[in-house]
Design a protein around this ligand. Structure first.
Ligand SMILES: NC(=O)c1ccc[n+]([C@@H]2O[C@H](COP(=O)([O-])OP(=O)(O)OC[C@H]3O[C@@H](n4cnc5c(N)ncnc54)[C@H](O)[C@@H]3O)[C@@H](O)[C@H]2O)c1
Length: 261
């Protein structure tokens, strides 16, 4: 029998806003496997939600950290060291693009919106990995969340598509750097899921329905399916897998046309 036992492991999950967040689906699976999990949240207005989610969950702690702030990251990883001593898993579930950049045409993306989207959605993965590096144990694993808009045009996804392409390239470069320490880096490319970040994409409801209809499995994914793939990638079951973008989309984005029958 194969079982995933993470009782002596530690994880930091960055980017849980509420119970529908993909980061939370991953955290739930880590907690089920016995892992101790720390959480960082962007701003104080998210604190009570995370307090509710983690209440009674043994080995958890939470700390505010804006991932674009070097000072916040320093304080966060000092807490990781204090609470855990070292780190086995880092989960980056952070993304943001200004509304204006997703309402109009891609060609009109303002430089400051480009910089914000790329900085929050891609660079924070690099800076979090750098801060985590001294704490990461051999056999450790890092994960981020991406979307197929990095490869094909999804109307209104705009600069987020470019940010996801940068994030996927960063996954490969980080896996090369951290591979020297025996640490793996992968990206989970998820089909649409109804979260706060997704709802900010204009036309998301129709994108969600279309993905479900077009998928080889003829349905959308569940958040739990993101958690299950992530648990596999983080765990030793995926010990030979690094630098990859792995899809959990019910087979939506392999299809050139809607399935027949
Ligand atoms: N929901 C989907 O359809 C979908 C599909 C594929 C990939 N993703 C990706 O999954 C990741 C998680 O998003 P989600 O869909 O769970 O939505 P979500 O809104 O629940 O999570 C996004 C998180 O990013 C955090 N964040 C934004 N800016 C931040 C900053 N400066 N510092 C720290 N945290 C910051 C938010 O506080 C929030 O917790 C994102 O990268 C998103 O692009 C989502």
């Amino acid at each position: 029998m194969i079982s995933i036992d993470m009782k002596d492991k530690t994880a930091l999950v960055m980017g849980v806003a509420n119970g529908r967040s993909l980061g939370w689906s991953i955290a739930e699976k880590l907690l089920e496997a016995g892992c101790r999990v720390g959480f960082s949240y962007q701003g104080e207005r998210l604190k009570s939600e995370l307090e509710k989610l983690t209440a009674g969950k043994e080995g958890t702690w939470i700390q505010q950290a804006d991932a674009t702030s070097e000072a916040d990251l320093e304080a966060l990883f000092a807490t990781v060291k204090e609470q855990f001593g070292g780190l086995d898993y880092l989960i980056h579930a952070i993304g943001f693009a200004p509304k204006a950049a997703m309402e109009g045409r891609f060609i009109d993306t303002a430089p400051e919106d480009w910089n914000t989207a790329l900085s929050v959605s891609a660079y924070t993965f690099v800076s979090a990995a750098r801060h985590a590096e001294p704490l990461l144990r051999e056999g450790g694993s890092i994960l981020t969340l991406t979307h197929h808009a990095s490869q094909q045009v999804f109307p209104k996804y705009n600069v987020m598509g470019v940010a996801k392409a940068a994030l996927e390239a960063a996954t490969r470069y980080l896996s090369s750097d951290l591979g020297a320490k025996g640490v793996r880096v992968n990206a989970v490319s998820a089909g649409p899921a109804r979260t706060i970040a997704a709802r900010s994409i204009p036309g998301f409801a129709s994108m969600y329905d279309q993905a479900g209809e077009a998928a080889a499995l003829r349905r959308n994914i569940s958040n739990e399916e993101v958690g299950k793939l992530s648990l596999y990638l983080l765990s030793d079951l995926a010990s030979g897998v690094t630098g990859q973008v792995v899809y959990v989309d019910a087979g939506a984005y392999i299809m050139a046309m809607k399935p027949q029958g």
